[in-house]
Design a protein around this ligand. Sequence first.
Ligand code: NCD
Length: 301
Amino acid sequence: MPDLLSIHDLKKSDVERYLSEAKKMEAALAKGKPLRTLEGKIIANLFFEPSTRTNFSFQSAAARLGATPIAFYPEKSSAQKGESFSDTIRILDGYADALVIRHPSEGSAEEAARIATHPVINAGDGGNQHPTQTLIDLYTIKKLFGKISGLNVTLMGDLKHARAMRSLLYGLAMFGCGAELVSPVSLRMDPLAIARAKRDFGVKITETAKPNLSKCNVLYLCRVQKERFSNAKEAQAVQASFRLDKTLLLSANKKMAVLHPLPKLDEIPASVESDSRMKYFEQAKNGVPVRMAVLKLCLGL
Ligand code: NCD
């Protein structure tokens, strides 16, 4: 498992391997025993887009395994002087043993992997893919429910632009899990992404503008990805069209889990935050053991 670029590159057995390794990592973390698996290794984080969870959980994961994380920030680097993406990758590849890359352009992680001699991990490329987020999501679902297949999953939000949603739909399908997709018509998921999940795994995927959460096990929300809109006003206009308000929560399954890749905005109002079904902070915490597993397996250890 050298590079991790897209959920499409993984087989179900690969995903299962990441999940079981993550479980071991979580157990080791709970014991508080320092791990030296990646001692002497350097992990470069190249974030060309803002990030809190992905960036810092990768840094934390590297440090927890005894590696040294180094951070590249475009606004403080020679990218400001006009240095190309490919030259930047070539340079960081010479300084580190693995590269973690987030970039606004789709396909940027693949491009980096063609240039780099070390493993490249896609930490989000535009609206395309976010495979490590999907591993965290699947890990969290399995931890909460003991299984993935057979669950009723609803994905709600900006399904057009959210890479986390696109990756997750395919990851769920891999486990035989279909989904109900809820979004305004203008924010529907790319039909090709839906068709691919259906074709490869024969799952049922339905689309609707109004959610019915009475039998829902997992409600996965995301924010409007306003940075991917050409017109900021349009983003504002749809912002209010899906919200998990008190009325919707009241009609929902009492045992449902609400997940979100975060950051959360208006789609989860403050009035519902204390509901015990909100599991997104647990989900975010799972980022460390899952990314420890990713670093370990991508480095072949
Ligand atoms: C997501 C992302 O960057 O795609 N965040 C994350 O990695 N946890 C979701 C988002 O930005 O809305």
